[in-house]
Design a protein around this ligand. Structure first.
Ligand code: SGN
Ligand code: CA
Length: 511
């Protein structure tokens, strides 16, 4: 009897110890980071345009952040923010210019995680003009990369062309690295997606996937930009800027190296067959300007969504891999994008402006055992918060110079209430090319957004986000807002000083 009891208690102790080791084991962290993926097209965010079952699954099994914003709505700067947890003027990467070199020797999240014995990797779109530093493994697309038969730069700095579709290849390479990693260590991996970046080139199996659907234009598609000088000057209109034989592949030149240079003859044939049919549709309506506008909008949306379809499917492949290897139990999975995008709102595609559609970015996270399924968070999270959150997940110390704050306790709904920001700060620089969006900075609170354009368009804009969700009415200088403006300007100056943005401070000093 005694032997049985002691046998049982040893077994119990062993099981107990094993479970607590498993519980204390630091989680793996997998960040899927896409490009230009609009919240308006993700069903977890309520989109009716398409279904994104795999992104939705992450949200359902964990948390969805309803109000996640970026500090500077373009690609390379946003990646630099993810890596550093710092604003562009501090990490040095203000725009996408090929001359603007990211200083990879600076402190970055992967280096801090490596110091905690994490194995680290970045696979896919990178877009910084300098090669990755501080990752145990990387393989990246040069610059924007290609959708079909893309090149990847490897760690020996060789550029190698691969056969296949970029979104599939990025998943293949990611899973391959996971298969071959050092299993004694937790991992931190970023899957850098090219999708859904312009020029929208869907996977062959997705061509025409949304052709049967009639997509209504957003209510402000015909915006005339009254009272908004910078918006009037932009060059990112669906109607005017999208190029017929390039973006929409209407009567395209199949010898165009930029568009089709990487296609196999079979792939080119399939594309041609599909877009020849579209070109015929165009011929029928091309002389009717109002039909043409609507048609361009529809074609843009359809190609964009078809490109997003492969993105969501590939997220599903990665989730399935984590399930089937048992990794899912101890892996934090995050899906986010470098910024949001216009799906015809204000008549636009692209991003850059501090208006809602491009200021926002999707963010869903699952963390088994820590984040309750179906969690929804409304607090304002900013992409400077991503790096410190990853560090807290890994149990690492967050360096003082990181400008963001970990939101882990918000999503795990820890009992201790977390003091959180009630305003966020934004600063965009790239001008004039490629889309003529004037530089600007500003503040967003729950109810208001105050924007200061400078350089070519010295002007202020104020929006009431409750009364004017589409940001059509600039109420700066209108009767009744003097007190609000005064308060917002004080708050804006405080943020500029907190984040040490000397350029913005100098603009305001001239007033
Ligand atoms: C390219 C695109 C632009 C886009 C920038 C930046 N033109 O220049 O429309 O704004 O990238 O995008 S394209 O015809 O070459 O596609 S970012 O997401 O990388 O910042
Ligand atoms: Ca982008």
């Amino acid at each position: 009897m005694k032997t049985i009891i002691s046998f049982l208690s040893i077994t119990f102790l062993f099981l107990f110890a094993a479970t607590s080791i498993a519980q204390n084991k630091r989680p793996n962290i997998l960040v899927i980071f896409s490009d230009d993926h609009a919240q308006q097209t993700i069903s977890a965010y309520g989109s009716k345009m398409m279904q994104t079952p795999n992104i939705d699954r992450i949200a359902r099994e964990g948390a969805i952040l309803q109000n996640t914003f970026v500090t500077n709505s373009i690609c390379a700067p946003s990646r630099a923010v993810l890596l550093t947890g710092k604003y562009s003027h501090i990490n040095g990467l203000k725009d996408n210019s090929p001359k603007r070199l990211f200083d990879g020797s600076q402190q970055q999240v992967q280096k801090l995680l490596h110091d905690q014995q994490y194995q680290t990797a970045w696979i896919g779109k990178w877009h910084l003009q300098t090669l990755p530093q501080g990752f145990d493994y990387w393989t990246v697309l040069p610059d924007q990369g290609y959708y079909y038969q893309p090149d990847f730069i490897n760690m020996k700095n060789d550029t190698i062309r691969h056969k296949g579709y970029v979104t599939d290849l990025i998943s293949d390479f990611s899973m391959n690295w996971l298969n071959n990693r050092d299993t004694a260590k937790p991992f931190f991996m970023v899957v850098g997606e090219k999708a859904t970046h312009r020029t929208w080139m869907p996977d062959l199996q997705d061509l025409g996937a949304y052709d049967a659907i009639d997509f209504p234009e957003p209510a402000n598609f015909h915006d005339k930009y009254e009272g908004r000088k910078a918006a009037l000057e932009q060059d990112m209109m669906v109607r005017k800027t999208l190029v017929m034989d390039y973006d929409l592949k209407v009567n395209a030149n199949y010898n165009d190296k930029n568009l089709f240079g990487r296609f196999t003859p079979e792939q080119k044939n399939i594309f041609k067959k599909y877009y020849d049919k579209i070109s015929l549709e165009y011929e029928k309506i091309k002389n009717d300007s109002s039909q043409l506008e609507k048609w361009k909008f529809e074609r843009y949306i359809k190609d964009y969504l078809a490109t997003a379809k492969s993105l969501d499917r590939n997220i599903g492949r990665i989730l399935h891999y984590l399930d089937s290897t048992g990794l899912a139990k101890n892996t934090v999975v995050i899906y986010t994008s470098d910024q949001g995008f216009y799906m015809g709102e204000h008549g636009w595609f692209d991003k850059r402006f501090m208006y809602e559609e491009s200021l926002r970015t999707p963010f869903v996270i699952k963390y088994p055992g820590k984040i309750k399924p179906h969690t929804s968070i409304n607090n304002m999270v900013v992409n400077i918060d991503f790096a410190p959150t990853l560090l807290e997940i890994a149990g690492a110390k967050i360096p003082e110079d990181i400008q963001g704050k970990s939101f882990l306790k918000l999503v795990t709904q820890s009992k201790q209430p977390l003091a959180w920001r009630d305003a966020m700060y934004y600063h965009y620089y790239e001008y004039p090319e490629p889309h003529h969006v004037a530089p600007h900075f500003g503040i967003r609170t729950q109810q208001y957004k105050l924007i200061r354009f400078y350089g070519p368009h010295d002007s202020w804009e104020l929006f009431d986000l409750v009364k004017d969700k589409m940001e059509m009415h600039n109420i700066y200088g209108k009767a009744g807002y003097a007190e609000i403006i005064k308060k917002l300007k004080t708050q804006l100056k405080e943020l500029i000083s907190t984040y040490k943005d000397e350029e913005a401070a100098a603009v305001l000093k001239k007033e």
